[in-house]
Design a protein around this ligand. Structure first.
Ligand SMILES: Nc1ncnc2c1ncn2[C@@H]1O[C@H](COP(=O)(O)OP(=O)(O)OP(=O)(O)O)[C@@H](O)[C@H]1O
Length: 266
């Protein structure tokens, strides 16, 4: 069966810096796939190539068998994308925000109102849809962004760090919504995260990325079993890279990224 995503030998450089280095990925239709790694591993750059936002200069990317370079517009129609940066407008209501995306993504006019409400309902925001997003909590904003991505009924949902900066309750709430929509629609989900516990709990398959390369892949259990009983994904990461995840994701960059998110949600 044609996979939802296939990357073969993709590379991307920013100047001299090789951010994505010979990455192969195969994501089966209907899977929740986690691309894991610390800040700066190359996860966002990989995702931006899959979503057609960055050109694929080396290697090949296909989404449901469509080449992202040759069939850019067709690929975009299949994808719902929740980026790390703020994509909701705080001056608009929840419903207006989702309606804007419905227009952007060419949801047929006749079906728009119905699909906007269905997307808001799927993320548990129908009751708050008439309020300006400026009054939403961080978790509600993330769920609103999820509704924006879902309104076009994508076959592939891509989420870049969907729960960064959220408290544990809001984090599990976002995940429950993602899982419910997935169960109902059979949509494929590609998610990046550096929360290993979330990957263990919610992802069926994962790839561990570090310094531009995939260092390990498999189901969470397969990866943990390779190291022996009681191992966590943090242990796997350490064994693959020789570094602590904390160390690898530490420093100013991490602080800046967290602050950026906190500001955006605050
Ligand atoms: N526009 C850019 N210009 C220059 N360098 C960049 C750019 N975007 C990313 N990089 C660099 O490429 C590398 C990979 O970044 P990327 O954002 O893909 O990592 P990431 O795993 O998604 O981490 P994060 O969660 O912090 O975004 C990093 O070293 C980063 O500094």
């Amino acid at each position: 069966m044609t996979p939802a995503v296939r990357c073969i030998g993709i590379r991307h450089s920013f100047g001299e810096h090789l951010a994505v280095d010979d990455v192969d990925l195969d994501i089966a239709v209907g899977t929740v796939f986690g691309l894991l790694g610390p800040n700066g591993a190359g996860k966002t750059t990989t995702i931006r190539m899959i979503t057609t936002l960055l050109p694929v200069k080396t290697g090949t990317v296909e989404v449901f068998g469509l080449n992202v370079t040759r069939r850019k517009m067709a690929v975009r129609r299949l994808i719902g994308y929740v980026p790390q940066q703020l994509s909701a407008d705080s001056s608009l209501t929840g419903r207006e925000n989702v309606a804007l995306f419905a227009r952007l993504f060419d949801v047929p006019r006749k079906r728009r109102a119905e699909q906007v409400d269905a997307a808001l309902d799927a993320v548990g925001l129908l009751g708050d849809a008439g309020r300006p997003a400026s009054g939403y909590s961080g978790g509600m904003i993330r769920r609103l962004e999820l509704a924006q991505a879902l309104v076009s009924s994508p076959r592939l949902l891509i989420l870049d760090e969907p729960t960064i900066g959220l408290d544990p309750v809001a984090r599990s709430n976002v995940w429950e919504r993602i899982q419910a929509v997935r169960a109902e629609t059979g949509m494929t989900v590609l998610v990046t995260t550096h929360y290993m516990d979330e990957a263990e709990q919610y992802c069926e398959r994962i790839a561990l990325m570090h310094r531009g390369r995939i260092r390990a892949r498999g189901t969470p259990t397969e990866l943990q079993t390779r190291l022996g009983p009681g191992s966590t994904l943090d242990d796997v990461f350490r064994a693959m890279t020789g570094e602590e995840l904390e160390e690898a994701s530490g420093g100013m960059r991490n602080v800046r990224a967290t602050r950026r998110t906190a500001r955006r949600l605050g």
